[in-house]
Ligand binder design. Structure first.
Ligand code: GLC
Length: 746
């Protein structure tokens, strides 16, 4: 069987090599020739050295396998790239060592700049809640600029994994559950990181990860198997990666999971047939940390020798930290198991990027301490972080007009374990700058804006223990205040890599504290600060004002205070469905209707749902409130029939019917009423975020072309089928304000 897999891989690979050779890569003129000339000079060992990536000794983001002398290896050309080395000084020192190697091939420095480098931006899932593609691109642009000024050539971002399971800790790192939104955000982030293109001093290589379908790990358990039909893979999980390729992503990173029994890192179907073949990707693929060697634990290969053979033949170009390549590839070539041309292809892909970055012209061009010092942490960057943070905040509930807070309040009680939190506001994958860094807590943010109001404070409880020792003080503090603002949620490392949770309720006895404070009868605002959707049903049912702030980064406190005091009218919309219980997971908005759809939560008689809980989520994908209200009207279609490639346009008016200015994300959903295979009850196909003054109205127009009606049939053909389509326009996937229909004629 194994022989079959390898021979299938080889055959596939030869086609794709031929294919990729045929289509010259669109690299800058002359680079291909320079790469070929250099390749001719390289020994096999020097080629293999380019495929080898080690972590620096400063920080590890995976199980560190310290061995040998890395500096010596660099001097001997045995390392092509380092990760977790940051700063102009450190990178210059290692680059100087690389310049002692025979061919002076520069190192590539990679780092997880996921949501900010020196200035920490909101976690990616929070930014996705802004639905503001410009703000998201700007956030990545600033992160890339700061990283490039500090010797970094390459960020291991954006993570573009679609995720429908909030038990998976890495939902914090992506753009949520929707393919359409996730694909647009993937494009925005790639463009943000790469700016005007590689070679510019403020551009870093993007890395679309984790290829592929990592977010569908069974049970939300990190690193777990993925078992799915190819239609779901192509329709839900691959499009954001294709969007990244189309946006010019320089690199890809494969994923730890197996897909239907074949580990991604050894999977030539996804890496060669799809990525490098069908999509024509000319960059290179780096394995995830040790994932090549982990194919042994998967039970896919018996040792590192076989792991190296399978991975390189399947299209994994660079080996992050498993040492399988450096220790085995030369032998594999000598024994005829790996063709040297396979290695040449991987080396070419990597050298092209080093040339494009300008590293052969000047290996130290990114490692300039003066430039680093003047580029980082500027007021402009901090303001941008505050702006996108405000836009990422989602107002879930605001009864009795508790919000916005009045500046005339005499006292505000700040209660909860995250009121003074700074590190926790940075979230997972933030870079720790220690005391150097000024991080704005909620407490400080409130101090900056509370005006004459007296701020009272009590922690009340810890994040995740069950002691009630602080309850009494918290209750008495609340009783002295006009209003109570509670800061509850997760510690910074309760969501992120290897942080799957089976129980996603508010941790510890936080909800007990909320109950005790609510019982005082004071107006209560609960802020929820987390890296994922949480379950908080009692709070949702009983507290008048609830704001989801996620983890908002360096400027968290200021951004939250901007919203609480109404200096910014919240506009965020949930990028993921919020379940009522872990028992509802997986739960997402674009599901199939089934043969027994429940009309509503009470329709349980032989219907698809639960007998012990509503079928509906606590909060739907696309949901979020404002301090104002909006009215939708005058739906008009340019035609009720589509034929050929003529698109249909849908227009409607949106009016701000409240008394404060605000932004609305108007969303367009479509349903293909009858199709084979069946189609979801609705799919997001467009949206527009608009700012309207009180009383102002505008006309919004969406264009529906055939691409938006297409899907994969059971033969994986991208098709459309004639028939009726339902149009739904609204402020959330569960709040349709206007509906209509049209017919696709042919
Ligand atoms: C980690 C993560 C990956 C990250 C890499 C380097 O295990 O899975 O997202 O980029 O290792 O830190």
């Amino acid at each position: 069987m194994l022989k079959k897999i390898i021979s299938f891989t080889l055959i596939t690979f030869c086609f794709s090599i031929a294919y990729s050779q045929k289509k010259k890569s669109p690299t800058a003129p002359g680079i291909d020739e320079k790469v070929e000339a250099l390749l001719q000079k390289m020994t096999l060992d020097e080629k293999i050295g380019q495929l080898n990536q080690y972590t620096g000794d400063w920080e590890a983001t995976g199980p560190v396998t310290n061995s040998g002398n890395k500096l010596e290896d660099v001097k001997q050309g045995k390392i092509g790239s380092m990760l977790n080395v940051k700063g102009a000084k450190h990178t210059r020192a290692l680059q100087e060592a690389a310049m002692q190697s025979r061919l002076k091939i520069p190192l590539l420095f990679g780092l997880d700049v996921i949501h900010g480098y020196r200035v920490t931006f909101p976690i990616p899932l929070a930014e996705a809640a802004s639905w503001d593609l410009e703000a998201i691109e700007k956030s990545a642009r600033i992160a890339g600029t700061e990283a490039a000024a500090s010797g970094i050539h390459w960020t291991f971002a954006p993570m573009v994994d679609i995720a429908r399971d909030p038990r998976w800790g890495r939902v914090m790192e992506g753009a949520g559950e929707d393919t359409y939104l996730g694909s647009l955000i993937a494009k925005a982030r790639v463009k943000g990181f790469q700016g005007k293109g590689l070679g510019n001093l403020d551009a870093v290589m993007a890395c679309a990860k984790h290829f592929a379908a990592y977010g569908a790990a069974i049970g939300g358990r990190d690193y777990n198997s993925v078992d799915m039909g190819l239609r779901t893979l192509w329709e839900v999980y691959l499009p954001p990666f294709k969007a990244a390729v189309d946006a010019g992503a320089a690199t890809f990173m494969n994923s730890f999971n197996d897909i239907n029994g074949i580990p991604a890192t050894g999977n030539s179907y996804i890496q060669r047939d799809i990525l490098k073949g069908k999509w024509g990707f000319k960059g290179f693929v780096v394995s995830d940390w040790g994932s090549i060697g982990e194919m042994i634990q998967h039970g896919y290969v018996k040792d590192n020798y076989e792991a190296a053979e399978v991975a390189i033949n399947a299209g994994s170009d660079m080996d992050m930290e498993s040492r399988s390549y450096i220790n085995n590839l030369a032998k594999l070539v000598k024994e005829g198991k790996v063709k040297e041309e396979v290695i040449n292809d991987a080396v070419r892909r990597i050298l092209v990027k080093k040339f494009e970055l300008g590293l052969f012209d000047d290996p130290y061009r990114f490692s300039n301490e003066q430039r680093e010092k003047k580029t980082l942490n500027t007021p402009e960057f901090l303001e941008a972080a505050r702006d996108v943070a405000r836009k990422s905040i989602v107002l879930l509930k605001n009864e009795k007009q508790v919000l916005p807070l009045s500046k005339d309040l005499k006292s505000v009680a700040l209660i909860g374990p995250l009121v003074k939190a700074e590190k926790d506001m940075q979230g997972f994958w933030s870079i720790d700058w220690g005391k150097e860094d000024h991080l704005v807590s909620l407490y400080e943010g409130m101090q900056n804006q509370a005006g004459k109001a007296r701020l009272l404070y009590a922690k009340g409880c810890e994040i995740s223990d069950t002691s009630k020792a602080g309850f009494a003080e918290a209750v008495s503090t609340a009783q002295q205040a006009d209003v109570v603002v509670m800061a509850m949620g997760e510690k910074y490392d309760m969501s992120g890599e290897a942080k799957s949770r089976a129980n996603i309720h508010l941790p510890g006895n936080q909800e007990e504290l909320i109950k005790a404070i609510q019982a005082t009868g004071k107006p209560v605002v609960v802020l929820l600060m987390a890296g994922r959707p949480l379950v908080f049903n009692w709070t949702a049912d009983n507290v008048p004002a609830i704001v989801y702030t996620w983890w908002l980064g360096s400027q968290a406190g200021n951004a939250i205070a901007d919203v609480l005091y109404g200096n910014y009218n919240p506009s965020g919309k949930l990028p993921m469905t919020f379940p009522r219980s872990e028992g509802q997971i997986p739960i997402y908005y674009n599901y199939f209707n089934t043969g027994r759809p429940a009309k509503d939560d009470n329709d349980l008689n032989y219907r698809s749902g639960y007998i012990d809980m509503q079928k509906s989520p606590r909060y739907a994908f696309g949901y979020g409130l404002s301090y104002t209200t909006f009215e939708y009207g005058n739906l008009k279609l340019s035609d009720t029939n589509i034929s050929g490639n003529k698109p249909v346009t849908v227009s409607f008016t949106l009016k701000n019917t409240g008394n404060v200015a605000g932004e609305e994300v108007a969303q367009l959903y479509l349903q293909d009423m009858v199709a084979r295979p069946v189609r979801p009850v609705k799919e997001l196909k467009d949206f527009k975020k608009v700012m309207l003054k009180p009383g102002e109205s505008t006309t919004i127009t969406f264009t529906i072309d055939k691409e938006k009606l297409s899907f994969y049939n059971e033969n994986l053909e991208w098709i459309t089928q004639p028939g009726e389509f339902k149009i739904m326009i609204g402020s959330s996937s569960d709040a349709v304000k206007l509906d209509g229909s049209f017919t696709l004629v042919d």
